[in-house]
Write a protein that binds this ligand. Structure first.
Ligand code: P6P
Length: 323
């Protein structure tokens, strides 16, 4: 089985980018080890602090963030990093070519109940000479990403990544401590009958989303003329992985709980990397009205409504919002 570095070399990835990805993997392998320790390492539970999102930080949120931040800001090819757990961007090497954004431990509310969580990452190229602690240098739309992926810490530890040449799955072989290629050129089925959404927010959605979900629940007799199944793991990485494996549609739409915000999920380190993966696997990713990767960010913690997965189902949801 091919190792990650062999696949990247075969794809002609620049050596500098390969070193950035390699450092992200070093941090993720350490995160996987710490997650596996669980209670034994005394690192479960919450801290006393909140992050810039207003969310209480889990101990492992902070540990994972620091592992990724520390190795990346000392990487000679990294200009800077942006993280869900950092208020501001953090400068690396002023001559670095790459910018890395990440959610160090997505779905961390699942940690204490031993359910799947993941690390999401995105790599951009710096387009000017601004330093990495100037957030402006990060504010590029998702089409500019040169790499995107996640590491899913589940029954097995799986890296899913794209550098613009399709999507590959790599499984962590703990015997050799390396990610090895286990599935290449992943394709999302164009159709699905499985939707993922947090139904408890239904009364807060826009009418268009309420109508789509109502029509899903009408099943074969309804206008969508099929019986739908539902999933909700409360871990975006796990939901996206299921969709890459068997199809589906994942939605975290705008809702009126925080009317000034575009949604719960963040554009730069959740929406964009997941959208690159999904589009590279033949799926679609929309705000409900436009492709997520065409959204122009105004700040590194911008929120975005998310509708992604099987392209024909995403097209239906977009039709509800645009007709
Ligand atoms: P809710 C995890 O906190 C996360 O950012 C995503 O991974 C997940 O899809 C979503 O939020 C879950 O949100 O409101 O269902 O807890």
């Amino acid at each position: 089985m091919k190792r990650l570095d062999q696949v990247l070399a075969a794809d002609g990835i620049p050596a500098e980018l390969e070193l950035v990805i390699d450092h992200i993997m070093i941090a993720c392998k350490d995160i996987a080890y710490k997650l596996g320790q669980g209670e034994l390492a005394g690192i479960l539970g919450a801290t006393e602090d909140q992050n810039v999102q207003g969310e209480t930080q889990k101990k492992l949120d902070v540990i994972s963030n620091d592992l990724l931040k520390d190795i990346l800001v000392s990487n000679p090819y990294v200009r800077g990093i942006a993280s869900e757990e950092e208020d501001y961007t953090v400068a690396g090497n002023a001559n670095g070519k790459y910018l890395v954004t990440f959610d160090p431990l997505d779905g961390s509310s699942n940690i204490d109940v031993n359910l799947s969580v993941g690390t999401i990452f995105s790599v951009l190229e710096a387009k000017d000479n601004r330093p990495g602690d100037d957030q402006e240098v990060f504010l590029q739309n998702g089409r500019n990403q040169v790499a995107a992926g996640y590491v899913l810490y589940g029954p097995s530890v799986i890296l899913v990544m794209t550098t613009g040449k399709g999507v590959n799955f790599f499984t962590l072989d703990t015997n050799i401590g390396e990610f090895v290629l286990t599935k290449s050129n992943v394709q999302i089925p164009a159709d699905t009958a499985e939707f993922a959404i947090n139904m408890s927010n239904q009364r807060f959605w826009e009418p268009e989303m309420k109508q789509y979900i109502d029509d899903c629940l009408k099943g074969e007799e309804g206008p969508l003329a099929k019986r739908y199944n539902m999933r909700w793991v409360a871990s975006m990485v796990a939901e996206v992985h299921r969709i890459l494996v068997r199809g589906g549609i994942f939605m975290y739409p705008y809702d009126t709980r925080e009317p000034s915000k575009a949604g719960k999920l963040r554009l730069m380190y959740e929406g964009n990397p997941m959208s690159m993966l999904v589009e590279q696997a033949g799926g679609a990713s929309s705000t409900g009205r436009m492709d997520i990767m065409d959204v122009a960010p105004k700040g590194i913690h911008d929120r975005v409504p998310v509708v992604l997965g099987s392209k024909n189902e995403v097209a239906k949801v977009v039709a509800y919002h645009t007709k």
